[in-house]
Design a binder for this molecule. Sequence first.
Ligand SMILES: C[S@@+](CC[C@H](N)C(=O)[O-])C[C@H]1O[C@@H](n2cnc3c(N)ncnc32)[C@H](O)[C@@H]1O
Length: 277
Amino acid sequence: MGSQSLVTEILPENYRFLQAHVYSQVGIVLEDNKHYLFHSRLAPIVKHLGLGSINELCTLLHARRDREIGQQVVEAMTTNETYFFRDPLQYNAIRTVLLPRLKEERRDNKKLRFWSAAASTGQEAYSLAMLLLEEGLKDWNIQILGTDFSSKVVERARAATYQQIEVNRGLPSTHLVKYFNRNALEWQLNEQVRRMARFETIDLRKSMRTLGPFDLVFCRNVMIYFDNETKQKIMKEIHSTLFRGGWLLLGGAETVFGLDEWFDRQTVANMTAYIAR
Ligand SMILES: C[S@@+](CC[C@H](N)C(=O)[O-])C[C@H]1O[C@@H](n2cnc3c(N)ncnc32)[C@H](O)[C@@H]1O
């Protein structure tokens, strides 16, 4: 049954239905040439529900308007790829340029706030937490917020438990020894690191003005999935959550058209930071 679902063509009306469903639920644009992606990502759901094809899944979704299945489809179509210290240049710039400045500016209240928007399973937020500890900010009041649309990845981020293959990606072995506890075949971040970050389910397309103010926002490797209108709206919201002079960091290859309205683009320690006006 599962293999049949891989070969049955998605009917054009069902393809459009799936595109519209994913766009309305999460804002992700899936172009007309993503048949293979729908097939590979939705095949497990088709199989799990005992259906014969993606077309049958669409019929079910149409008929039942089942929220849970609808959410499963959206979560299957989002890309959650992430790893520790992804884009080392950015962490280096935080360490060498942003933190020295913040240490000076905030020496009285010793309070810093960060946001990992589109946090996925938490590696970005926890990489920052470890970096802050390494930089001697143990006694500071640090709050790192991690948010994601998907409750599934948010639960994983809260658990802070990673498989061997995940700790092998980007994480220095010294950090593994220092900040993780081995739990059978998995590794869990220790209490000190976990306490610094909290995770919430938040759709980036919603108003985010009440979340800040932040010193730094990571919004990495997610804007590529949105259309221009959605990108503009999100950038404006993020700007409203940052302190003046606060940093926005996008993914290495990402640029967002129209960002100049709210941010100054600066090259800092060989990478690009967007500084809130
Ligand atoms: C590729 S991951 C990026 C993870 C991390 N920022 C990094 O760069 O390693 C993209 C994440 O964006 C999330 N996402 C997609 N659309 C979203 C939305 N509308 N609101 C919030 N999160 C969203 C996905 O669930 C996914 O976990």
